[in-house]
Design a protein around this ligand. Structure first.
Ligand code: GLV
Ligand code: MG
Length: 346
């Protein structure tokens, strides 16, 4: 275990000092693009204006014979696009694959100064983070990159879930993590064939009462894992995200999965299809009525102390802190989104 005093020291001579606080960024949706497809790359400059994060996917869903083209395509789109305040991320291949090392070396060498975050799949424990952390420090030093590239872990193996707290605390380079329900389902031997969302057979049956028909109440298969991930992230000052929702035709179910994650503490989700961008924008921007009520609480209790009644509801320092979470988020949203800024009155 590293000594606490060494935790924030750069891991290579000449590498930038790790962040003590994460940069404040709006990341309601991490929008996945397959960078080996030229037609898709051509749309990236427009896309960058609509989303909070553009992620070039190199891992699963990219055919094996297109792995090198995807990496080259990502470098090309990184060089040629002005991303403004939109984040530029990549999901590299897993560390046990033949492509991961070249993914990191070539991408950081070519566009390291523009790259905000590397998403690392199939993280089993803090050792995976330590490996990438050290490699990134060496490359940052070699290429004189002025700010640290952050790491975002995908929580998608049973071993990763078991070690989630150690993963969250593994490095000051940790940005956050996303639930990967598809790989996690496989790793746990869950009996599903879906990418996220619920399952009609996972429900609680109401008690029998004479001849009254018994209602079944579908439950959220991901509730436990999202809760565990949110606690690990919040305790370490990093950000939790819900990952992919694979049924692109079921917009209502996608919205409900995203909303459950938002209410539980997640700050964003992946968008794999253009229709999911608006869903994520709607869900992960705070509700205007909630913002208005939160502003009332902050107004009524400027220093957060004591207790007041607003609209018949008791407010104290705990609700003041909840209100501050909502208003702080609304201010970040308003800074990027002029329309919502007007709606919030900020
Ligand atoms: C994402 O990578 C998942 O496996 O769900
Ligand atoms: Mg996966």
């Amino acid at each position: 275990m590293k000594l606490p005093r060494n935790f924030y020291k750069p891991l290579a001579i000449g590498a930038p000092a790790p962040y003590r606080e994460l940069p404040v960024r709006l990341e309601r949706m991490i929008h996945f693009v397959p960078p080996h497809l030229e037609k898709i790359r051509a749309r990236v400059p427009d896309l960058a204006k609509q989303v909070d994060v553009v992620l070039g996917n190199l891992e699963d869903a990219i055919p094996v014979d297109a792995k090198e083209a995807a990496r080259a395509g990502f470098i090309e789109m990184g060089k040629s696009t002005d991303f403004g305040t939109t984040g530029l991320w990549t999901r590299i291949n897993a560390l046990n694959s033949p492509w991961a090392l070249d993914d990191v070396i070539q991408i950081v060498g070519a566009i390291g100064a523009k790259l905000d975050v590397i998403m690392l799949p199939k993280v089993d424990g803090p050792w995976d983070i330590a490996y990438l952390d050290q490699l990134l420090a060496q490359l940052e030093a070699k290429h004189a990159i002025g700010k640290p590239i952050l790491i975002h872990a995908i929580l998608e193996t049973a071993e990763g879930v078991k070690n989630v707290e150690e993963i969250a605390a593994a490095s000051p380079r940790m940005h956050g993590m996303s639930l990967g329900p598809a790989d996690l389902a496989a790793s746990r031997a869950m009996k599903t064939t879906r990418v996220g969302g619920g399952h009609p057979d996972y429900f609680v049956l109401a008690d029998a009462k004479g001849d009254t028909p018994r209602m079944g109440f579908q439950q959220d298969l991901w509730h436990y894992t999202v809760g565990k991930m949110v606690d690990a992230c919040a305790a370490n000052g990093i950000k939790p995200f819900y990952g992919p929702f694979g049924d692109f035709a079921d917009l209502a179910a996608c919205e409900s999965q995203f909303r459950n994650a938002f209410l539980q503490g997640c700050v964003g989700a992946w968008s794999l299809h253009p229709t999911q961008i608006d869903i994520a924008k709607r869900v992960f921007s705070p509700d205007p009525a909630e913002v208005a009520f939160a502003l009332k609480i902050l107004d009524a209790m400027p220093d957060g102390a004591g207790a007041v009644m607003i609209d018949g509801k008791m407010q104290d320092d705990a609700t003041w802190k909840q209100a501050k979470v909502i208003v702080d988020l609304a201010r970040i949203v308003a800074a990027k989104d002029a329309e919502l800024a007007k709606v919030y009155g900020l």
